[in-house]
Design a protein around this ligand. Structure first.
Ligand code: SAM
Ligand code: SF4
Length: 336
């Protein structure tokens, strides 16, 4: 059957009438940093019992997702830039009928090597994660002495200004919570967004239980203490509050994870590094679409797996039995 006859005209909706249009795909579990809140130093980055999804498997997957009604793809991981074919993947996703935007979440370390190819491939947006603007703290958080390179790559992105950029900062009590001004200063000239993120309970050694967690109300309080004059903007679906100051071209936002529930507005599906579709961060099992692709199952079968995953989307992930069980899994495998 041709893809045009399969391409869905009806939106992909779950049983709670949420339209699912966005897929985050963890294209590798490997990483060149070791952020303390994400994985242990000795974290085994190979997907258990399976090999990394190949280029062809990923493009098949993206085609099926698009046919099911997904319009927006984010490539993440692990560190997606560790794949030497990442720009080709972006180009292939961009050329997939039905896909409107393709973005990337990266730690930025390999951007010097990959940025030009990504721009040529038509990448629509980049989220760069950097939790400190101080080399010593960057080393403490990531366990790698790579601040200079990441910062230089961030500066290049900022000076280019040709691709929409968001900076992800996980807020860690007593570690980087005094850097709000340094981060918001980045938004003075370029129209970028800094997202102060709550720590999530997904890391393989549960650092979030060790007092580093800063809830969104505390983050908000800190932001107001630094910028009493800041103005609140309308936040997007996942942003609790979005702010700016007169004279600033950019903005900053709080991304709550644990203390507030956005389930009612969730439009996401995830594909883990092991090729399982999960319709919720808290879903433990998922549906193994990679195994079906490897078995050469038909497009109709693969489409049905996507729909089945969406039908399984819980109304509220944290209240399901599955909630606690997935918390020892690193975000690098779930696809943060
Ligand atoms: N390696 C890339 C990066 O760091 O941007 C992409 C994958 S990483 C899992 C995606 C995002 O998840 C990053 O912004 C990272 O800071 C965030 N993340 C990872 N573990 C987290 C946790 N336990 N709580 C909150 N955010 C987390
Ligand atoms: Fe790697 Fe990203 Fe996890 Fe840090 S947050 S260890 S960069 S996958």
């Amino acid at each position: 059957m041709s893809s045009s006859t399969l391409n869905s005209d009806t939106p992909l909706s779950d049983t709670f009438h949420r339209q699912v249009s966005y897929a985050r795909i963890a294209v590798t579990g490997e990483c060149n940093l070791r952020c303390a809140y994400c994985m242990r130093e000795e974290h085994d980055t190979q997907s258990p019992g399976t090999s990394r999804m190949s280029f062809t498997e990923l493009t098949t997957l993206i085609t099926v997702l698009a046919e099911a009604g997904i319009t927006k793809i984010r490539l993440t991981g692990g560190e997606p830039l560790l794949r030497s074919d990442i720009a080709d993947l972006v180009a292939a996703a961009k050329n997939t009928p039905g896909i409107k935007t393709v973005s990337l979440t990266t730690n930025g370390l390999l951007l010097d090597r990959r940025l030009d190819a990504l721009l040529s491939a038509g990448i629509d947006a980049v989220n760069l994660s950097i939790d400190s603007l101080r080399a010593d703290r960057f080393l403490t958080i990531t366990r790698r002495n790579e601040f200079k390179r990441v910062k230089a790559n961030l500066d290049r992105l900022l000076s280019l200004g040709s691709v929409p950029l968001k900076i992800n900062v996980v807020m860690l009590r007593g570690i980087n919570d005094d850097e709000i001004e340094a981060f918001t200063n980045l938004t003075r000239e370029p129209p970028i967004s800094v997202r102060f993120m709550e720590l999530q309970p997904f890391d393989d050694h549960q650092i979030w239980r060790t007092g580093k967690f800063l809830g969104m109300d505390k983050i908000r309080e800190l932001l107001y203490s630094v910028h009493p004059q800041m103005e609140e903007l309308q936040g997007s679906g996942t942003e609790y509050f979005s702010f700016t100051l007169p004279g600033y071209r950019g903005s900053w936002a709080i991304i709550p994870a644990y203390t507030r529930n956005f389930c009612s507005r969730c439009n996401r599906l995830r594909v883990r590094t092991d090729g399982h579709l999960v319709s919720c961060l808290y879903e433990k099992e998922g549906i193994n679409i990679l195994a079906a692709i490897r078995k050469g199952e038909s497009r109709e079968h693969l489409l049905e797996l996507v729909r089945q995953s969406v039908r399984q989307k819980p109304e509220d992930g944290k209240t399901t039995d599955r909630g606690e069980s997935s918390m020892g899994t690193s975000m690098s495998e779930i696809g943060g």
